[in-house]
Design a protein around this ligand. Structure first.
Ligand code: M6P
Ligand code: ZN
Length: 191
């Protein structure tokens, strides 16, 4: 057995940054082409304003193996693509029966979940909210506020990220601003 030594990381509770920083995953609008409902709006923003940063992930460096508990923070910057709020790509776990825990740290948003059968659920999140992603649910987070939406996440080391399914089929529902309110509506692109 390869015995790992105990260690700690420091989490900036207001910044969401975990130190030491092993690596940072940055996803910009161009990384999410085709994921927002309004493709023309995506291309317009890219042409007129450039490639805006949508979110960053600060992971703790750990082996992606059974027995470990992977953990990270995610910072989703506020904004919209047309009327759709900034969000993560979203994924199923490759091992579908692996769950995940989110803890809201700053800002306001939603956890959107969806099963293989297309059932959708939405959980509002604010600082202090512990949201549970049960086994078999794809998960995406959305910043519906005007400040960065920051949360901590922990999940089993052998879960794996399956992005392909969501890239192909999308989420059945999207979070948009309608008449100044946050609304969960049918995704016009969902097949
Ligand atoms: C959370 C966790 C990570 C995930 C990240 C961004 O921190 O669920 O596993 O990578 O959010 O979400 P996504 O991978 O869908 O872009
Ligand atoms: Zn996950």
């Amino acid at each position: 057995m390869n015995l790992m030594q105990p260690f700690k990381s420091e989490l900036g509770l207001t910044t969401g940054i975990i130190t030491p920083v092993s690596h940072v995953i940055r996803r910009s609008l161009s990384d999410m082409r085709g994921m927002y409902a309004d493709d023309a709006a995506t291309e317009r923003i890219l042409a007129q304003e450039g490639d805006r940063l949508i979110y960053e992930v600060y992971p703790v460096d750990l082996p992606e193996e059974e027995g470990h508990i992977l953990h990270s923070t995610t910072i989703i910057y506020p904004g919209r693509v047309s009327d759709e709020y900034h969000m993560t790509k979203g994924h199923f776990h490759v091992k579908r029966d692996r769950a995940e825990i989110y803890l809201g740290l700053a800002g306001h948003g939603y956890l959107l979940l969806q099963t293989d059968a297309g059932e959708v659920s939405s959980v509002p999140m604010q600082p202090g909210t512990i949201a549970y992603v049960p086994p078999y649910w794809a998960h995406r987070t959305v910043n519906t506020g005007s400040e960065p939406f920051i949360f901590f996440a922990a999940w089993p080391g052998d879960s794996g990220h399956d992005y392909g399914t969501i890239e192909k089929i999308g989420f059945a529902k999207i979070m948009v601003e309608r008449d100044g309110q946050v609304a969960l509506v049918a995704n016009p692109k969902y097949i």
